[in-house]
Structure formats: structure tokens, C-alpha cells
Design a protein around this ligand. Sequence first.
Ligand code: NDP
Ligand code: A1CAB
Length: 275
Amino acid sequence: MSDSSIAFIGGGNMAHSLVGGMIASGRKPTSIWVADPFVDQLDNHRHRHGVNVTQENTEAAANADVIVLAVKPQILRDAAAQIASIVQERKPLMLSIAAGLREPDISRWLGGDVPVVRAMPNTPALIRCGATVLYANPSVTGQQKALAEEIMGAVGLCLWVDEEEHMDAVTATSGSGPAYFFHMMECMQAAAEDLGLPADVARQLVLQTALGAARMASEGEDEPGTLREKVTSPGGTTAAALEVLGQEDLAGVIKKALTAARDRSRTLSDEFGKD
Ligand SMILES: NC(=O)C1=CN([C@@H]2O[C@H](COP(=O)(O)OP(=O)(O)OC[C@H]3O[C@@H](n4cnc5c(N)ncnc54)[C@H](OP(=O)(O)O)[C@@H]3O)[C@@H](O)[C@H]2O)C=CC1
Ligand SMILES: O=C(O)[C@@H]1CCC=N1
């Protein structure tokens, strides 16, 4: 782990996941700054993670080697403008985790000619089980690419794409993806309770089943389709359930959902990426 210093501009949900995951991976809390206008948010970071906190974006950014832009897309332009002169003086690596916003817009808001990596992480970074995809603009050096990969790789899987356009589909798949699985858990838990199971039993069974299925699919040799077939006895209970899911076109619904997320990522850039 390098001793580079990292500043988060925005200390919300995703910053909590990344900061928590980085510290769990061995990064010193004192190497991290978090800036946010909301004092309770900063207290939470200080108590949970022991990092440096400030209400001033410029104070966090002043000496950072890496600045993570972790505000909502609609805020990013203003937040970038606040730190642009510091960024132009020192040219730290800028890591934007904002959904949708394009690198050329972010670079321009920061004064131009800035090393920018766009990252799309997800919240399981908190337990170092995240999935992040990175895209670098031409100003990012090999050393800075290695640094971005070290930071995001410390909290889970880390992959690069060469085409920025892929970031919209990445956001639809892994950025938003944890929410789809959490929703599936909610739905299964509610259905199991409707079938008469006590809430606590339903909850434990759903969570352990999700964990077991995810581990088998990621740690074993078999593809998910093969694993599904191994559960499905001909004429049995699983076949009865899967038939309903097929009739209701679960695959079509999931495709529609991911397409809606991809399209929203594209329109975010049109809405908030203009001058
Ligand atoms: N949540 C997720 O799963 C993922 C989110 N992302 C991206 O990460 C970014 C942050 O999302 P998320 O953490 O969920 O959002 P949050 O709203 O939880 O966090 C953003 C934080 O930024 C603060 N803030 C507002 N204005 C400023 C400012 N001018 N300077 C500094 N901080 C400010 C907000 O304070 P206040 O609440 O007081 O306004 C809030 O605490 C978004 O761009 C999102 O697209 C990417 C991948 C996954
Ligand atoms: O919902 C969102 O817009 C953000 C980006 C990916 C996950 N959360």
C-alpha cells in the first residue's frame, strides 16, 4: 500500500464504503481526508473510520495526491469549480465516481489538461467485495494508473475499459447491481413469510442462500446455468418455480431494468454535463 494521500470531496454512502474498505485493507486513516458540508456526516466518518475531516473542499484537496469526486452528479460541476485552482497548481490524480458524467466535462470544469480517471465502484467495497471499472483519459500517467488500480483494487475486483462509452453499461450492471440483488432478497423474504415462515427464519434462509449461491458461482468451475440445472430435478419444485419465472419473462424484465439504468446514465451526462 503506497503512502499517497487521498481526499474525498463528498462523504456520503459511496465514500463510506470506499473509506471503510480502504482502511480494512491496511491504508492509514491519517492518509485520508473527507470533505462534506454536513457536520453529522463528518462526525460519522471521524468516529467510524478515524480519518481527517473538513467542511472545506479546498482544505481536503490542498495536499492530496488523489482527489476522489464523490458528490452527486448534479453537484459535481460546482464542487469541481471550488477546487479547480488547486488542481491546476498541483495536477493530482482526479478520480470521479459520479454516474454518467463524462471525462471531457469533468476535465473542463477542473480547468482542463488534468489527469482524470472515471471509476464506477459499488457499495460492497465496504467489505472489500466491491467491483470497480476504471477508464483513464490520455493525461493519466502509467504511475497514476497503477495508483488508481491500487486504491480501487484494495476494495475488490478492479477492471479497466478503453472506451468511455462502456461506463454507462458498467453502471447499469455493477454500480447499481447490488440494489437488484438486495431487492431480490427483500422479495424472497416477503414471499417466504407469506408462505408462513417466521420472519427471522425467512431472513436467515434468504441471506444464507444468496451467499451460498454467489460463492458457488464465483468460486467453483460451473457456470450459473449449470449450477441452476443441478438444483432443478425434472418435475420437481425448482422446475415449478422456474416455469413461473419464465412465464413472467424474468429475463426480459431484467434486460429492461438494466437498459433503463444504462439510458439514465446517458441522460445524466446530457442533463448535468453541459456548460
Ligand atoms: N451509492 C452508490 O451505490 C454509488 C454511487 N456512485 C456515485 O457516487 C456519487 C456519490 O453517491 P452517494 O455516495 O450515493 O451520494 P450521497 O448523497 O450519499 O453522498 C454525497 C455527499 O456529498 C455531499 N455534498 C453535497 N454538496 C457537496 C459539496 N459541494 N462538496 C462536498 N460534498 C458535498 C452530500 O451532502 P448533503 O447530503 O448534505 O447534500 C453527501 O453527503 C454519485 O455521483 C453517484 O453517482 C457510484 C457508484 C455507486
Ligand atoms: O443510483 C445511482 O445513480 C448511483 C450510481 C450507481 C449506483 N448508485
